[in-house]
Design a protein. Structure first.
Length: 85
């Protein structure tokens, strides 16, 4: 399993548009990509679960990828977060 932490810089946090893009991006991998905020977690491919975490600007989240293509998945997810969130 690979992981990284990221502090959200988008002024409105993870809202519908970036959550949708994030879910779409994660579906390209065989690995399971999970987003953690504190004690809560969500499979990134599940849009409503990601939005249900209520991630706001300034929150630090952890992202993990576990599976056959976890190396590429985690690298591309980290790039996605830096460019979009």
């Amino acid at each position: 399993m690979k992981e990284f932490s990221y502090t959200i810089t988008d002024p409105v946090g993870i809202h519908a548009r970036p959550a949708g893009l994030l879910a779409k991006a994660a579906k390209a991998y065989q690995s399971i990509v999970t987003l953690y905020k504190g004690e809560k977690s969500a499979n990134v491919t599940r849009l409503m679960a990601v939005m249900g975490l209520g991630v706001k600007c300034g929150d630090t989240v952890k992202v993990t990828a576990e599976g056959a293509d976890e190396d590429i998945a985690i690298a591309e997810m980290e790039t996605f977060f830096k460019e979009n969130l």
